[in-house]
Design a protein around this ligand. Sequence first.
Ligand code: HEM
Length: 168
Amino acid sequence: MRLLYFISIYLHILSATIWLGGMLFLVLIIAPMLRHPNYQQIAGRILQEAGERFRFWGWICLTTFFLTGLYNASYRLGGFSYLFNKEAWQGVWLQTLGVKLALFAVIVILSAIHDFKIGPLATRMMEQAPDDPATLRLRKQASWIGRINLLLALVIVYIAISLVRGMP
Ligand code: HEM
């Protein structure tokens, strides 16, 4: 059991490094680089290709967070049934986990809108009508969802640390 818990934590933290690292790489390295005039012609295609590849690993990470997170919580609480125990939810630890889960739900919904609706539409429009106001609006929406998700992810890591080490 302890080994499984250890592997679960390992996969949980590994997912955080891949997912957060990937988002930071897109925002800090790829997006600014593609604004350079040299890449204007191919920016849409690169963003689409990078976005589609990251989307695949992103959803693997989000699924891993949920499954290993539930396991981590049930191990810490001494059993899965505690997650449904009303009294247990009076405690600070589960309430903190509750906040984390609520933020996670927002991230999953925003990721789905970004990855399966606005993102693909924005990259398609970037190829067909790069200067169209509708394209610019979609690109802005996609960027803002990406930024909000990154911010929420940084807040989740802070909450995660307080789950393990207690509130500062
Ligand atoms: C965006 C999603 C998530 C990120 C980035 C994330 C990140 C992390 C990190 C970095 C830790 C380790 C903290 C440390 O050791 O100081 C952690 C611990 C933990 N996470 Fe998450 N997490 C996410 C989603 C979830 C979800 C959805 C759940 C529950 C279903 C969850 C439950 C837990 C639990 C219970 C721990 C404590 C593990 C332990 O030490 O026993 N996490 N998380």
